[in-house]
Design a protein around this ligand. Structure first.
Ligand SMILES: Cc1ncc(COP(=O)(O)O)c(C=O)c1O
Length: 468
């Protein structure tokens, strides 16, 4: 068994022991040394499992004394999905999103960029892109790339995804300018103005913006932070309204970070077939998975109706602006729409990325990044448990953010301006829904290295919460 999974096994074993009251509230868990010996595990694995339990508020580490049970397991509540389903409506996205983007602070708490070294993966990428630039010859600069994008890069994306159970021919891929562009092409290809599109709720605000621009109607389907879109609710939606497409993120979608179980994925595909709708899979977070990258929904698509959209923005760099789309039965139309919306992509960037992947640097970068993300996530969760009032936090197994549900009276939209005065940019819950639900929720990112300015920013937010 890959060592990646051992800490999860130990975590589950300890959790069960607490649930079965083998160790009661206030009692000490076996020491790290005992756990290493009895479970035949390394010290790092045992410490990791204990830190995860601590991050969930179940145990408390006391210096030189060990770990003690600090909460009854039933007291650790998870954010709940809401089950109310509103009729389809026109999306109207708050200007707040624009404000956050103008501050260049999506996925960050700080409006000012922090100094620091480039991660080794980005250094290697820059070298590959530099090489690609130097290899430009003669009259290359006088020609546009073909609409589908660089074949070498499409081949690398094909190879990379084959390990996840998805066999895609390079001919069925089209390179885009990021995942947002891919989602735009997907919606344009399979919907017409006024059509109804089902989305996760809470779900990605970027999709809501596209739906607003394309004048599509939105129906929100309750989505849990553990298992993703609620398939029973989705079935109810399909029985009540004619839905043309559904946008889902089965792997660690933002903000909840859920991993959709295989049974739910199959149910989704069956419903799509029965009601003849397009599924637009946003796969952008899959490669951040902390324990084994899940197969895409697309790998189960025997009916050619799942359009997969993704990019390198979350697993490598947002600055590359390279993504891809596999358009299923709409692929031809998508190629044409790519031509209309972008004409062509930059060839040296694509060739640089292909070189980076072919040389093995991408895989090495992903391995490093996962370890850093897990450590950042655990630190963030432990920190949030010290916030005042009621705080329920997700523990995602991938992605870049946690979803925090605060005391019911908290209004995160109203807090936004006050937080800005304190030099902190927050991402209020209502941004993730067209019906402005989730007023007492916040998405908080762990994408950035854990530094003193960021933990200070979180403390300032905690003080603001206290004043609410
Ligand atoms: C779920 C999701 N999809 C798509 C995007 C857009 O990605 P890109 O930078 O590749 O356009 C984002 C960015 O935040 C996202 O969170």
């Amino acid at each position: 068994m890959p060592s990646d999974f051992l800490y999860l096994e130990l975590e589950q074993w300890l959790l069960k022991g607490i649930q079965d009251q083998r160790w009661r509230l206030g009692e000490r868990l076996p020491s790290i040394r005992t756990l290493c010996r009895e479970q035949n595990l390394s010290k790092a694995t045992v410490q990791h499992a204990l830190r995860r339990l601590e991050a969930q508020g179940l145990v408390e580490g006391r210096p030189k004394a060990g770990y003690f049970v600090s909460l009854k397991p039933e007291a650790v509540k998870k954010p709940q999905s809401r089950s109310r389903i509103a009729a389809p409506r026109q999306a109207a996205v708050s200007d707040l999103f624009l404000d956050i983007m103008q501050r260049s602070a999506a996925f960050d708490l700080l409006p000012e960029r922090q100094e620091g070294d480039l991660p080794p993966g980005v250094v290697a990428l820059n070298r590959s892109v530099g090489r690609a630039l130097r290899r430009q010859r003669g009259q290359d600069h006088l020609y546009y790339d073909e609409p589908a994008g660089d074949l070498g890069l499409r081949e690398q994306i094909t190879l990379h995804n084959a390990r996840r159970g998805w066999q895609v021919e390079p001919d069925m891929l089209c390179i885009t300018s990021g995942c947002q562009h891919a989602l735009f092409l997907a919606l344009m290809a399979c919907c017409e103005r006024g059509d109804v599109v089902a989305v996760e709720s809470p779900g990605f605000y970027g999709v809501l913006q596209l739906l607003e621009q394309l004048q599509l109607q939105v129906v929100e389907v309750p989505t849990s932070a553990e298992t993703g879109m609620d398939m029973d609710a989705f079935e109810q939606v399909l029985e009540r309204w004619k839905v043309k497409a559904c946008v889902v993120s089965p792997a660690f979608g933002t903000p909840g970070g859920a991993l959709m179980p295989v049974a739910a994925r199959r149910q989704l595909l069956n419903l799509a077939e029965r009601h003849n709708l397009a599924i637009i899979e946003d796969d952008i977070y899959a490669e951040t998975a902390f324990v084994g990258v899940p197969d895409p929904l697309k790998a189960l698509d025997t009916d050619n109706r799942v359009i997969l959209c993704s990019s390198f923005s979350k697993c490598l760099t947002r600055d590359l602006r390279l993504g891809w789309i596999s358009g299923a039965r709409w692929h031809g139309r998508i190629l044409h729409l790519k031509l209309i919306t972008q004409l062509a992509g930059s060839r040296f960037l694509q060739k640089g990325m292909a070189d980076f992947m072919a040389g093995g640097s991408f895989m090495a970068h992903l391995r490093r990044q996962r370890n850093e993300l897990v450590a950042n996530r655990d630190r963030l969760i432990a920190f949030l448990h010290s916030w005042p009032g009621e705080v329920r936090v997700t523990t995602p197994q991938g992605g870049l953010a946690v979803w925090a549900e605060l005391s019911p009276h908290v209004d995160t939209l109203a807090m936004y301006a006050h937080a800005l005065e304190e030099g902190v940019v927050m991402t209020p819950g209502p941004l993730f829904s067209v019906s402005r639900q989730f007023a007492n929720c916040l998405r908080i990112s762990f994408a950035h290295p854990w530094t003193a300015p960021r933990s200070d920013a979180l403390s300032r937010l905690a003080r603001l919460l206290n004043t609410q």
